[in-house]
Design a protein around this ligand. Structure first.
Ligand code: ZN
Length: 169
């Protein structure tokens, strides 16, 4: 019991129609996932092919999955471009990166669902604590019977299934 109980207010969402948690799911909008539209294969992808690659030391592999490099015509004179990454390889890296991002998005979604479940559990606990009175002994018994009935049915279903399996094999 705290002294602010009578002052209890509900928070006001800034975007009432949008769940706050839904905003968190992020999926990039690049056209090319090999170079993220930069023209150069992303370092973490390069290292799948060249594990010791260091972008500060080594020439930068150009992306052959898209045309983004053509927007940087001045690069040729600096001799910093590694042209060995074929279209086939870049398509493969693009695919790998898309899969990684899809997995990342899926994990975000899973986290959101977990958060929602947690929130629901908290609300349920709060509702329970708001219960005006405890269950009467009669209500308790009814609840137990309901539970054991469900349990029995479940066991029966399982046995029936076992028998069916036995006879069908
Ligand atoms: Zn690209």
């Amino acid at each position: 019991m705290n002294s602010f109980e009578e002052d209890n207010l509900q928070p006001l969402p800034t975007h009432p129609n949008q769940e706050a948690t839904e905003k968190k799911i992020f999926f990039p909008s690049w056209n090319c996932f090999c170079c993220e539209d930069s023209g150069f294969v992303r370092s973490h992808l390069v290292r799948l092919v060249m594990p010791t690659f260091d972008w500060r030391r080594d020439k930068l592999p150009r992306c052959s999955n898209c045309n983004a490099i053509s927007t940087k015509p001045n690069l040729a004179k600096y001799n910093i471009v590694d042209k060995r990454f074929s279209m086939k390889l870049c398509v493969k890296l693009d695919k790998k990166s898309r899969e990684d991002w899809a997995l990342f998005a899926k994990n975000q979604q899973r986290n959101v669902i977990a958060q929602k479940a947690q929130q629901a559990a908290i609300e349920l606990a709060q509702n329970k604590s708001l219960r005006k009175r405890d269950r009467t002994p009669h209500e308790d018994l009814a609840q137990q019977q309901k539970h054991s009935y469900t349990r029995k049915n479940w066991d029966l279903d399982l046995k029936t299934e076992e028998l069916e399996n036995e006879y069908s094999s």
